[in-house]
Design a protein around this ligand. Structure first.
Ligand code: FES
Length: 108
């Protein structure tokens, strides 16, 4: 089991416990976490799964791969530890990972 806490821009935390084998996007969508849409179903075509990982979570998950980087370049709210949630397996995250959701997602 992994526990991930999504934090919105007002600072409200949504902790979720989950077995590994899913992604941050799927976890958020399945648990109706505000601010994560996953419009393209994880095909890196929408950017609506944008999240910003905590320093510890980013260090564990690693930087975006080149194709993910191409999509992230188009996101106005992109930050240094931004990732597409659909490309981050929860199994790559440390226990108690913190993930921030942006104010807006593109085109939503
Ligand atoms: Fe569309 Fe991640 S769900 S880019």
């Amino acid at each position: 089991m992994v526990e991930v806490t999504f934090v919105d821009t007002s600072g409200t935390p949504t902790p979720i416990r989950v077995a590994t084998g899913t992604t941050l996007m799927r976890l958020a969508v399945d648990n109706v976490v505000p601010g994560v849409v996953g419009q393209c179903g994880g095909n890196m075509m929408c950017g609506t799964c944008h999240v910003v990982l905590s320093e510890e979570a980013f260090a564990a998950a690693g930087p975006p791969h080149p194709e993910e980087e191409e999509m992230l370049m188009f996101l106005p709210e992109r930050q240094g530890r931004s990732r597409l949630g659909c490309q981050v397996p929860v199994s790559s995250l440390p226990v108690g990972a913190v993930v921030h959701t942006p104010e807006d997602q593109p085109g939503v």
